[in-house]
Design a protein around this ligand. Sequence first.
Ligand code: GRF
Length: 204
Amino acid sequence: MLNIAVFGSGRGSNFQAILSAIETRKLPGVRIVLVVSNNSDSGILDIARRNGLPSMHLSERQFPDENAFTDAVLASLARHGADFIALAGYMKRVPQRVIAAYRNRIINIHPALLPKFGGKGMYGIHVHEAVLAAGEPVTGATVHVVDEDYDHGAVVLQRQVPVYPGDTPEILAARVLEVEHQIYPEALALFAAGKIRVPAPLQH
Ligand code: GRF
């Protein structure tokens, strides 16, 4: 059983896709144990509340320093029994000690075919603007393992979508989002089925 904490900052459509997959029994072995957001107003927290799932607003601003924030994140994860973290539109850096404690057990979704169009500044609509500016014939979405560098860890799953003449960044974002909603649940299913080998998390 994968006991997942989902971290997000905004709308929460990927989280909703994961929840829908659980509800329609496409994700056996996956349970959402906690939803965390740095944004008290986020759609992702609304979705969690509407579904009666444990959720928390946890922001570095609530703490004197990063260390205290990290302690609070780790304590919350432990209290809810989370053994896996799915980032779904989380706009903050995951603290280093959390990455170390959940080594190879944190995944993220990125709206491009990494390693292309990843890294600093490559988030949201900027990604799709850059894809169009580069004249790429295809783009897509990537689920990857999270390590200390942005958009850098091992790729778990990728799916392509075509780029059409006349696409705007918004039209392309919507086309990519559709495949995000497919591959994020699929990637979690692979982990839950033990089809992806990851070392045991370090002791913390
Ligand atoms: C998605 O496009 C995801 O790839 C990126 O942030 C966006 C989050 O959207 N990391 P949502 O909050 O899941 O709707």
